[in-house]
Ligand binder design. Structure first.
Ligand code: DAT
Ligand code: MG
Length: 149
């Protein structure tokens, strides 16, 4: 089954949006298989955002993501990578559609509340970067047959 990596960023945690964000993915029917509150090290942040290391916003981005606790999560479900990104909305909260997390709660590209993997391969890399295999839980929600035919 497909998995994605999501992280409520320090702004989302400070703004007390953790419950609201988890609620959206639970309500959609996705399965939570990993969850932890942690303050990322600089090393982890630089690896996570390595693809952006030449961009002018990289230093500020790493500074921001390491500035406080984040809620790191792994969610599972059919098509979860693309669907989770749709629920998150566009990178810039000012252009993100209302109804998306960034569209509903954000007002600045550098404070866009949540990270989500952008592809299945990226998700696998990010899950391995943020979680050990033992931290991921195999379980069967009793409602599965009401979510999938
Ligand atoms: P996304 O988080 O939607 O995948 P991204 O991978 O292009 O977006 O960029 C990673 C993060 O970097 C993004 O969530 C916020 C920050 N960022 C991107 N573009 C930026 C910009 N032009 N100015 C400031 N921060 C930016
Ligand atoms: Mg990205």
């Amino acid at each position: 089954m497909e998995r994605t990596f999501l992280a409520v960023k320090p702004d989302g945690v400070q703004r007390q949006l953790v419950g609201e964000i988890i609620r959206r993915y639970e309500a959609k029917g996705f399965k939570l298989v990993g969850l932890k509150l942690m303050q990322p090290t600089r090393e982890l942040a630089e690896k996570h955002y390595g693809v952006h290391k030449e961009r002018p916003f990289f230093a500020g981005l790493v500074e921001f993501i390491t500035s406080g606790p984040v809620v790191a999560m792994v969610w599972e479900g059919d098509g979860v990578v693309a669907s989770a990104r749709k629920i998150i909305g566009a990178t810039n909260p000012l252009t993100a559609e209302p109804g998306t997390i960034r569209g509903d709660y954000g007002a600045n590209i550098g404070r866009n509340i949540i990270h989500g993997s952008d592809a299945i391969e990226t998700a696998q890399t990010e899950i391995a970067l943020w979680f050990t295999p033992e931290e991921l839980v195999t379980w069967q929600p009793s409602i599965t047959s009401w979510i999938y035919e």
